[in-house]
Design a protein around this ligand. Structure first.
Ligand code: DHB
Length: 318
């Protein structure tokens, strides 16, 4: 295989490109996943799956805004069997996102993925969905997080770890939180973390009608898009610094508010191995992947970089 300047990897899985879809918009149905497969996205990542299909929360549950988006989808998805069954129809690297309501549900889904004979290259375990009515975000419960990962690793270990395994994290905001979470994560043989999920339980309001934009949970929902880029960058940077200081090999997928090639460059400069696109992919569809790659390429050429390793993580301090 010819080396491409955007090549990167997670565990044993190699990617020809560094930009892909985030689990969220436009990745629930096979035809949507096929469109991603036929685009410049470097992987195909499914909508977060649950053991059984779910309709999700009441509509309207997603709203676009100039500065980003708010959603409270409530995990509408076709159920894990569907995402396992379609693996044979996807040619590029295929990752399944899982978001079980309990450790047992996640292990049940991991077993189904591991038992599949078709190629499934990785699992992104979502520990940070903010939109399940009556449930908190597991990755904010630092006491439960370690036990939870113990359980996940135990069920993965049974069949070996040939796939790339990672966890999707919510944004953290205080410096001690990064230290505590990184210390827990570094105990486990995970290949990557994805930083960040939407900022949970934000509120966007329409002043003309004096109404919330979305219906579920009294209008509270996950915030994505430009609103959250500084938070995403900070999470990638802080985890990168801690992993470097400790010699950890955990890689970081950057996510949050990427709209241009400059944003991609910034995430990689902070230490991201690759990046995911959520809100902008919703707005622009699959052509965002080639546009972003072209814009990143132009910046790299201007700066004289011929591959990502020449600047990845090399953010300078003033
Ligand atoms: C949903 C939202 C998330 O932020 C997430 O990580 C998983 C699912 C949702 O509401 O469907």
């Amino acid at each position: 295989m010819v080396l491409n300047k955007f090549d990167c990897s997670l565990g044993e899985v190699k990617f020809q490109g560094c930009i892909c879809n985030a689990s969220g918009p436009r990745c629930t149905e096979l035809d949507q996943l096929t469109k991603i497969d036929n685009s410049k996205s470097c992987m195909v990542l499914s909508k977060s799956a649950t053991p059984k299909m779910r309709e999700g929360n009441k509509k309207p549950r997603y709203w676009d805004h100039d500065l980003g988006s708010i959603n409270s989808m409530g995990l509408p998805n076709n159920g894990i069997q569907y995402y396992v069954a379609i693996a044979s129809q996807i040619s590029g690297p295929y990752f399944i996102s899982i978001s079980g309501g309990s450790l047992e549900e996640n292990c049940e889904m991991i077993d189904q993925i591991m038992a599949c004979n078709s190629k499934i290259d990785g699992i992104e375990i979502n520990l940070s969905c903010p939109n399940i009515i009556g449930k908190g975000q597991l990755a904010y419960d630092f006491e439960k997080l370690g036990n939870y990962l113990d359980g996940i690793i135990e069920c993965l270990d049974v069949r070996g770890l040939e796939k790339a395994i990672g966890v999707k994290l919510p944004p953290y905001f205080d410096m001690w939180q990064f230290e505590v979470v990184a210390k827990i994560l570094m105990k486990y043989p995970i290949d990557f973390i994805t930083c960040v999920n939407s900022i949970g339980n934000g509120l966007i309001i329409d002043i003309d009608t004096e109404t919330t934009l979305i219906k579920p949970k009294g209008g509270f929902g996950g915030i994505g898009g430009s609103y959250i880029k500084p938070t995403g960058l900070a999470n990638v940077r802080k985890f990168y610094e801690i992993f470097q200081e400790n010699g950890s090999k955990i890689k970081i997928i950057g996510c949050g508010g990427i709209e241009t090639g400059k944003d991609v460059f910034e995430y990689i400069l902070c230490g991201a191995e690759l990046v995911q696109i959520g809100t902008q992919f919703y707005k622009e569809n699959t052509k965002c992947f080639s546009r972003l790659e072209n814009e990143l390429s132009e910046i790299m050429e201007r700066k004289g970089y011929s591959d990502l390793n020449q600047f990845r993580g090399k953010l300078k301090r003033r």
